[in-house]
Design a binder for this molecule. Sequence first.
Ligand code: ADP
Ligand code: MG
Length: 222
Amino acid sequence: MRVVLEATAVTKRYGTNPPAVDAVSLALAEGDLVALSGPSGSGKTTLVHLLAAFEQPETGAVRWAGLDGNGGLTSTPPTWAQLSFVPQALGLLHELTVADNVGLPARLAMVGEAERDARTAALLEALGLAHLARRRPGQCSLGEQQRVAVARALHRRPLVLLLDEPTAPQDAASTQRIDDVVTTAAFHGTACLVATHDPAMVAVAHRRWHLIDGTLEEVDGG
Ligand code: ADP
Ligand code: MG
């Protein structure tokens, strides 16, 4: 499978502390579903921020596949159609409705309204949010807001999807919904990396990575 994201010996240090991410090398390929675990403070968020180009590594490099499909990796930071991200702090726009938040990446990319609304409706349904479409995020629970962020991230069928602990505030049924939409995205070719403690997500992942003090180990899988 085509590699769509690659990190080479990436290191990030905050101030004079020991590195939060220490010489991590990894590759994500189309259709990958990887569970990233590790104790609190082990560097999971820092690593996904580096992979999303939200932060710059001190040493090492991250490269992403372009959308032109010619297979090459570049150091040009990705767009939302290439890479989307569900952060721990969700970044929903509180003046927009739930449905408008979910459709926002498509609207910014000038996707037509009919296509955009159909995809929004399907994602809201899959994530158990259809009844909340016209509410504002502030009128939804934290778990519901998190599912809105997952729907928004999936709207444009990105090449790469990074999720930072997406099921922490979810009950079992909603955790299952998130696991299902992520598994479906991977099945359709999106490379998915999920920082998670959820045993069900770890179980369905194709590969399992573990971070300890910024050092990445592959637990099993290819
Ligand atoms: P995790 O997501 O696994 O809990 P983080 O990547 O958030 O871990 O944090 C890794 C380490 O880096 C921790 O020791 C944390 O305190 C530290 N850290 C994270 N962000 C910052 C920051 N902005 N400034 C200083 N230290 C930070
Ligand atoms: Mg974190």
